[in-house]
Structures are given as structure tokens and as C-alpha cells.
Design a protein around this ligand. Structure first.
Ligand SMILES: *Cc1c(COP(=O)(O)O)cnc(C)c1O
Length: 390
């Protein structure tokens, strides 16, 4: 008897998704304009409290666009956490700029504000009003703080540090749809924030992203860049190089339906996190941090195997897969990836340990209580059975 692999994060599509898609087909509005695109943008503005929302084909495209719009260009540098899904570092490279990798705080697993402050104070200087990295001689233009795993980084302190050095802030809130610090939604603290509606995120549009901002001119600029930089649409006048980064009405229709059910999804994911915590108590397995004041969504419930080595963590994941638990390691520390050869890593220490020790457990809102208990039990068992590092 083979048990189905319990997936890491699968969407639940039991709302108006099918009805709204039918509406698109019936009306003929299937492409990159249409009523659902507008509704989706409005829904994201309402959700986050940001006055402006610009839809994009995916979160990665949103990050690229927002970075261009705040003025990041070839030869610039942008601060990015060393531990995150790779997209923000890619987006920096798409601009012809270079990521400088910053360590995470071991207490929160999020980008460490102290490390950002130290980098700016010790490695950079102001030259003619611009922040310049003394080692590389390149201007440091922006910071991309990432809100990881449905939790949040210490964004207010990060924005403060960035402002003092004249850096722009593009928040990567791809994993933070529904996440709030106090009552304020993540993605609304910097110059722009980017949400993702990829298939594995807390709400999906099949694929898609949203740039949110309170800056009307920035929103306009993003819209221009994502719609092929049309200066005269009729006469095909283009004064700059643009991008076809628009979201389709079909995708937006799914996104609108998903956001209608967001509160229920978050409630379910909170319950899943509670079950994991209860089941893993006393197992020696460390559950993901709960930063004070953050209203988390537990996008991926992640645990750390203290004292574990890379080999041991890999052994645990293999055992979990063999037993039908679709667990996954937390991201590779980016500074050691070949894609970023030659990019600076600033005093990295903790992101590597998390890569070697942390595992994300199945967290989809469609999981039953029994499945979550099973995943927790299998995790404890795999940790006990995996050969120790010594
Ligand atoms: C998913 C994700 C993205 C990219 O979003 P896509 O919509 O998949 O392009 C960006 N940053 C982080 C941290 C993510 O988890």
C-alpha cells in the first residue's frame, strides 16, 4: 500500500474560482486587460492598505520592476538577505546590479537589521550624497528585506537604516500575503512592496504578483514598464525598453476568488501550526520563531533540527519522503550559489546553519488534522532514527 505523498503546500480552490473563470471565457476577456485585473488590484490595495496596486505576471517580475522603478541600474548594489528563496537576488541581477548578501538573525531567521546597520556604517561612505561600498566602489542603491515564511522581518528598523543612508526599500512580501505587523500589512513600510500569487503561496492566481505602493508616480512608472513602455500606444512609440509583465484576466479571476477566502485560509494555517507545536513539544525539534508583534500566516511551517549537520538533515528529509511526508529543506544560503559567484557576502554566519538544519513541513490549508499529526510524528521519528552527526 502506498500512501500519497502529503504535499508541502497545495492550493485549495473551493470558492468562486471556477465561476469567475467561466465569466472570463463567456465574456471573452481572457488576456492582460479585463475587469478581474482591476478587481484584483483593488482587492490587493484593500488588503494591504496601500493606495496603489499594480498587477504583474509573477512576484519575480514585480521585484524586477519595482527595483527598476526606484532607480536601481547596471553596476549598482542592492542588499539582500542570504537566506531566502532566490527570486530577489535574481531580480537584482536582471537590473545589471549586484546583490550584497546580508546574514539573518538566528533569533528570527529574518534579515538581521544590525548586520545592515553595520554594513552601511563600516563598509560604506557617502560620496556626493550617494552611499558607496568602499570595497567595490559601487553605489549601494537599495535594500530588499524579505518577509520569510509568512512571518516578518524587523522592517521598521530596516527602513530607518536604509533611509539614513539614502537607500530605497523594496519589500519582498511574496510569502507575506495576509501577514501583519500590528495592524499594518507587510509590503507597506518601504517605497514599494511585492506580493506573489504563485501556485504554492498562501493565495494563488495560478501565477502572478502585485506591486503595492503609496507613491502614485512610482505606481505609474511600474505600470508603464510592465506594459511594454508605451508612450503612444496607437503609433507604437516607445522611448524606453519595456517589459511584457502583465497579469492576465484569467489569472486575476482566480486571484480574486482566492482573496475572498484568505481569512479562512489563514485561520486554518494557524491551526496547523498549533498542531505542529503541540505534537513536537519535548521532541528537541525547534519550531519556527514567533517574532513579537507579528501576525503570522505560517506559510510554510518550518522546524530546525538543533545540532544537526547537512548530512543528517538530508537523511531526515529522505526518511520523510520515504514515509509520504513532502518536507523540504529551507533555502540554500545564496552567497554560496554559483549563480552569484563574485558577489559580496557580508560576514555570513547564521544563514548557512539554517540551510543545514531547517526543514519546512507540509503546511497546505487543505491538510486534515490527522495528516498534520502524521507529519509531526514522522518528523520526530526521522530525527530519532537518522544517524547522528558524530
Ligand atoms: C515565491 C517568492 C518570490 C517569487 O514569486 P513568483 O511569483 O514565484 O515569481 C519572491 N520572493 C520570495 C521570497 C518568494 O518566496
Amino acid at each position: 500500500m502506498t500512501r500519497r505523498m502529503i504535499p508541502l503546500s497545495e492550493p485549495v480552490l473551493d470558492g468562486n474560482e471556477a465561476a469567475y473563470l467561466q465569466e472570463c471565457v463567456t465574456s471573452g476577456w481572457v488576456s492582460s486587460v479585463g475587469p478581474f485585473v482591476e478587481r484584483f488590484e483593488k482587492a490587493c490595495a484593500e488588503l494591504t492598505g496601500a493606495p496603489h496596486a499594480v498587477s504583474v505576471a509573477c512576484g519575480t517580475a514585480g521585484l524586477h520592476t519595482a527595483l527598476m522603478a526606484v532607480g536601481v541600474g547596471p553596476g549598482d548594489e542592492v542588499l539582500v538577505p542570504d537566506l531566502t528563496f532566490v527570486a530577489p537576488a535574481y531580480a537584482v541581477r536582471y537590473c545589471g546590479a549586484f546583490p550584497v548578501f546580508i546574514d539573518v538573525d538566528p533569533k528570527t531567521w529574518q534579515i538581521d537589521p544590525l548586520a545592515v546597520e553595520r554594513f552601511l556604517a563600516e563598509e560604506c561612505e557617502l560620496r556626493g550624497g550617494a552611499c558607496v561600498n568602499r570595497r567595490s566602489g559601487r553605489p549601494v542603491k537599495a535594500l530588499v528585506p524579505v518577509h520569510l515564511l509568512g512571518s516578518a522581518c524587523d522592517i521598521e528598523r530596516l527602513v530607518g537604516a536604509a533611509r539614513r543612508s539614502g537607500l530605497k526599500v523594496v519589500e519582498d512580501a511574496a510569502e507575506g500575503v495576509g501577514t501583519r505587523i500590528g495592524s499594518r500589512h507587510v509590503g507597506t513600510f518601504g517605497d514599494a512592496g511585492v506580493l506573489s500569487f504563485n501556485g504554492n503561496k498562501i493565495a494563488t492566481a495560478g501565477g502572478g504578483g502585485m506591486i503595492v505602493t503609496s507613491d502614485a508616480a512610482l505606481a505609474k512608472r511600474c505600470h508603464y514598464l510592465t506594459t511594454q513602455a508605451k508612450d503612444d500606444a496607437l503609433e507604437y512609440v516607445h522611448n524606453e525598453v519595456g517589459y511584457n509583465y502583465r497579469l492576465t484576466n484569467l489569472q486575476a479571476a482566480v486571484g480574486v476568488a482566492q482573496l475572498e477566502r484568505l481569512d479562512a485560509r489563514i485561520a486554518r494555517k494557524k491551526r496547523i501550526a498549533e498542531i505542529y507545536r503541540e505534537c513536537l513539544q519535548g521532541s528537541g525539534i525547534e519550531c519556527m520563531p514567533e517574532p513579537r508583534g507579528v501576525r503570522q500566516t505560517y506559510w510554510l511551517f518550518t522546524v530546525r533540527l538543533p545540532g544537526s549537520s547537512l548530512e543528517r538533515r538530508q537523511g531526515v528529509v529522505r526518511r520523510l519522503h520515504a514515509n509520504g511526508v513532502g518536507a523540504r529543506p529551507l533555502w540554500h544560503d545564496l552567497s554560496r550559489l554559483k549563480a552569484f559567484d563574485g558577489c559580496q557576502a557580508y560576514r555570513i554566519e547564521h544563514s548557512r546553519a539554517l540551510y543545514e538544519q531547517a526543514v519546512s513541513l507540509p503546511s497546505g490549508p487543505g491538510l486534515t488534522d490527522e495528516e498534520v499529526v502524521f507529519c509531526a510524528e514522522q518528523t520526530s521519528k526521522a530525527v530519532t532514527e537518522a544517524p547522528s552527526a558524530k
